[in-house]
Design a protein around this ligand. Structure first.
Ligand code: ADP
Ligand code: MG
Length: 910
């Protein structure tokens, strides 16, 4: 029941607490004149007085409510509608009242009820509907309940209530289940039928509570243990709720009937327990209908015409919540009459406290009283929305015909009359259903996520498939490529091997031819040179012989003069000695020429014999000089016999020969160096040459001379001396590397380079000198030398590199050398790799060896792989004619993790 203020609208008025004044004539207990009924305007509807306002309401759908449906202060006036229903005489009345007329007379067409006061006087009352004893349950439903039910479906609260004395048909009207005869179905059953027919089970909901109020205790008829339900009123909206009450969702009529039956059974059991009857308690059925408004803008957002579809999809659904309350009140018989049922008067008062409070409230509302005692009872609290509130309320008052109960009937009629004056303000219960929007969006989101995941999965599967396919294609292409490469490689290898073989054969032949030719030319040249020297020598010897003869004769003269001429002799001897000094150069040259001649000669022994025979004794005193010896030898050699160089230097003296290296005469120097070179070729002489300072002289010659022949021969001699381990250290300590490098840089003759390279190559074979050799540019010098391209030179370079690599490898194995090979550091690797497969077998062999040595050490592996040495190693391991190198290469490849990885990466099947 409303407790707020009201206002006049369009000439109609509201009888509620809210109303300030009312100008209408208020009906009292006195009969009303037809025209004075304040509710008259609402009766104008032709079809049915009770449905009149309702159909008006239905026509004025929310949209037509002036956009005010959702506004708190808006509403349409809706007076409480009251119908009166007369119960037919029952069996007892038919007998007991057989001789009496009914106390009421109905004029349904005039909607009037006449209450007999006595035999001659009646009071006339007008109601919204007058239902005779012949009115069918269907008709009662249609005029009393249907408009209310429709209102509930439209989002308005509704109340249908039966009021009347016990036994007058309240329960019959409201609660009949009509199981035996469907025509007897009461309002509850029919209302639910209509509701269920209208709602959509998917989006709408129908929830039901069923309660009993007895002696101010609210019991749950759907859960008997729940017998003290509290009423919660929301102060702002005035809405009443029962959070403790069981709410059952109804989906079909059958389950509703079962629920009613269950409620009735519980009611019966509860009343038995409390020693009461259902007539003493109020039964309340509450039906909560929530409907989603389809395809309609909410009333208060309808002005906004340009909302986008996006916004529309995000707009929460609009729901309307109508609550139908069907109240089967306790019997309205007067309290004083009910003392007979065993209750005390006080108890009876308490039992009907709610009912009397309801009467008081309705009176107050009907009279626009300032105070409506809503809070006096639970019933009035529960029904605050039904009277003077926002609900559409339809009251049916039930009366019996018996004149014995005239008083009760009159009281009931008066209650109905007063109730008719109560004006409600109907309000649409419309709101946005954010929860449902959230749910919907959640579902949509889930769907989208699922869809996304499904697509993602499909995408991944597709990617995987494509990847696998691509992988297959790649591997197939790679396989094909590898096969093709392998085929090509084998073919080229075969061709290569064949051509190598051919070339080698050719090379060998060429070499033989060239060797022979070169030897011949060389010998011829040498012979011509020797011949020339010989003729020169011969003339010199002749001169010398003449001199000797002269001296001899002088000596003879001197001897003859003996003692007297002793001083003269000494003088002469001195002269002879001077002469000897002057001739030394010539002698050196002679000896050199001799040595060369002898070196080429194969008749050393005969020469030695001759020398033995001729003996030093033949020449007396200081005449036993190199010059004279050479001379005598040359004289002897005229017979075609040549002394060996060894013999020569034994006889002439190494010192003397070496001194000729510094002779002023270039030719002498050349010949001297040749002699020394030849001597150095003999291992037995090497030590002596070095001890005599020959090495130093040779090195000096490299630095001081500009003659390439001297360079070539000296380098050759140094190379020979470098065969000896000790000498290598000496050469190095005396700046041999830089001298050799400089020599190489000025050389024009490949043979010079060959000698230099040979010397460096020999130096490369020294474990201790590796770092020094490299530090002084030995490796760089070799790499410079290769630019000449001559195979003989390259072979020497390769030998040097191989020597170096071998020593280095040994040092690394012993642990005295760490880090990358110095050869790699100095950039020799590309040349080695390039020439590892050289057509010239010496070059190839040395380079192969060098590669194998380098490969021994993992630290070199990466560079080797990147420089392409891996291919060469594979080739060496397969094709190298030398088994030891082949095995070494193979072992290295098989044991080095880097090479194994490299082989794999380069897809070399090994
Ligand atoms: P109340 O609930 O008001 O105490 P009931 O509905 O129990 O009264 O009715 C009492 C008796 O009268 C029941 O047997 C019912 O069948 C019968 N009765 C009431 N109204 C009618 C009617 N309109 N037609 C036939 N029988 C009725
Ligand atoms: Mg009843």
């Amino acid at each position: 029941m409303a407790s707020g203020g009201g206002n006049n609208r369009n000439g109609t008025h509201r009888n509620s607490l809210k109303g300030t004044t009312t100008t209408s004539t208020v009906s009292t207990d006195k009969p009303l004149s037809v025209n004075s009924n304040p509710s008259k305007p609402a009766f104008k509807n032709k079809s049915s007085p009770l449905t009149g306002a309702s159909s008006g309401l239905r026509k004025s759908s929310p949209g037509s409510l002036g956009g005010g449906a959702a506004k708190d202060d808006a509403g349409v006036p809706g007076r409480v509608r009251v119908a009166v229903r007369l119960r037919p005489r029952n069996a007892e009345e038919s007998v007991a009242d057989a001789d009496f007329a009914d106390c009421v007379e109905l004029q349904p067409e005039l909607k009037r009820l006449k209450l007999r006061k006595n035999n001659w006087d009646t009071d006339t009352y007008e109601f919204d509907e007058v239902l005779t004893e012949f009115a069918s349950q269907k008709r009662v439903y249609e005029v009393v309940a249907k408009p209310v039910v429709e209102g509930v479906l439209d989002g308005y609260n509704g109340t249908i209530m039966a009021y009347g004395q016990t036994g007058t048909g309240k329960t019959y009207t409201l609660g009949r289940l009509g199981e035996e005869d469907t025509a007897n179905r009461g309002i509850m059953v029919r209302a639910m039928e209509d509701i269920l027919a209208e709602v959509s089970p998917e989006i709408d909901s129908v929830l039901v509570s069923y309660l009993q109020l007895y002696m101010e205790s609210l019991q749950d008829l759907l859960d008997p243990t729940n017998d003290n339900i509290s009423i919660v009123e929301e102060p702002k909206s005035g809405d009443v709720s029962l959070p403790g009450a069981t709410l059952v969702e109804i989906r079909d009529q059958q389950s509703f009937l079962e629920l009613l039956r269950l409620g009735e059974a519980h009611r019966h059991a509860a009343n038995t327990k409390l020693n009461t009857e259902s007539s003493r308690s109020h039964a309340l059925l509450m039906v909560h209908v929530k409907r989603t408004v389809k395809g309609r803008e909410p009333a208060h957002s309808s002005d906004n015409g340009n909302s986008t579809s996006m916004a529309r999809s995000l707009r929460p659904p609009l729901v309307r919540k109508g609550k139908l309350v069907v109240v089967d009140l306790a019997g309205s018989e007067r309290i004083d009459k009910s003392g007979s049922d065993g209750h005390t008067r006080e108890e009876a008062k308490s039992i009907n406290l709610s009912l009397s409070a309801l009467g008081k409230c309705i009176n107050a509302l009907a009279e626009n009283s300032a105070h409506v005692p809503v809070r006096d009872s639970k019933l009035t609290r529960l029904l605050r929305d039904s009277f003077g509130g926002t609900a559409r309320t339809s009251l049916v008052i039930t009366v019996g015909p018996s004149p014995r109960h005239r008083g009760e009937t009159a009281s009931t009629i008066m209650f109905g009359q007063r109730a008719m004056k109560v004006e409600n303000m109907l309000k649409l219960k419309e709101e946005f259903d954010y929860k449902s929007l959230a749910r919907r969006l959640d579902i949509q989101l889930d769907k989208l996520i699922m869809e996304h995941e499904r697509k993602q999965k499909a995408f991944e599967v597709e990617i995987e498939r494509i990847t696998a396919e691509a992988q297959n294609r790649i591997s197939e292409a790679e396989r094909n490529y590898a096969d093709a490469v392998e085929k090509e490689r084998l073919k080229y290898q075969k061709d290569y091997m064949e051509s190598i073989k051919k070339l080698e054969e050719k090379w060998m032949m060429n070499l033989q031819n060239q060797g022979n030719e070169r030897k011949m030319v060389h010998i011829a040249g040498e012979v011509a040179e020797v011949k020339k020297l010989l003729s020169k020598e011969t003339s010199l010897r002749k001169a010398a012989e003449e001199e000797v003869d002269n001296l001899k004769s002088q000596l003879a003269q001197l001897k003859m003069s003996e003692a007297s001429a002793n001083s003269e002799i000494l003088k002469l001897r001195k002269m002879v000695e001077d002469e000897v000094c002057q001739k030394e150069k010539l002698e050196g040259e002679i000896s050199m020429l001799q040595s060369q001649l002898l070196h080429l000669s194969f008749e050393a022994d005969e020469t030695r014999k001759r020398l033995d025979r001729g003996g030093p004794g033949k020449v007396p005193g200081r005449l036993d000089s190199p010059v004279s010896q050479v001379r005598s030898q040359l004289k002897d050699s005229g017979n075609g016999e040549k002394a060996s160089v060894a013999k020569l230097f034994e006889q002439v003296g190494l010192q003397k020969i070496l001194s000729l290296l510094e002779a002023e005469d270039a030719d002498v120097r050349i010949h001297a160096v040749k002699v020394v070179a030849n001597l150095a070729a003999e291992e037995t002489n090497q030590q002596k040459i070095v001890e005599a300072g020959g090495l130093k002289s040779l090195l000096m010659l490299l630095g001081s001379s500009e003659d390439e022949t001297i360079h070539r021969v000296a380098a050759g001699a140094i190379a020979n001396l470098a065969m000896n381990e000790k000498n290598r250290e000496l050469i190095m300590s005396q700046g041999g590397i830089s001298l050799l490098s400089t020599t190489a840089s000025h050389a024009k003759d490949p043979q010079t380079l060959r000698m230099v390279a040979g010397a460096i190559a020999n130096l490369c074979g020294n474990d201790k000198l590796q770092t020094k050799l490299r530090g002084e540019g030995g490796i760089k010098a070799l790499l410079e030398i290769v630019k000449c391209g001559h195979p003989d030179v390259l072979a020497q370079v390769a030998r040097g590199i191989a020597n170096f690599a071998k020593c280095e490898s040994r040092a690394a194995t012993q642990g005295s050398k760490t880090g990358r090979s110095l050869l790699i550091e100095d950039g020799a690797l590309p040349w080695i790799v390039q020439n590892a497969n050289s057509d010239a077998s010496p070059i190839r062999r040395h380079n192969e060896l060098a590669l194998c040595h380098l490969a021994q050490h993992e630290v070199n592996a990466k560079d080797m792989i990147s420089e392409g040495a891996l291919w060469e190693l594979v080739r060496i391991s397969q094709d190298c004619p030398r088994e030891d190198i082949r095995t070494l290469a193979h072992r290295t490849l098989a044991s080095s993790p880097d090479f194994i990885a490299g082989l794999k990466r380069l897809r070399i099947n090994y």
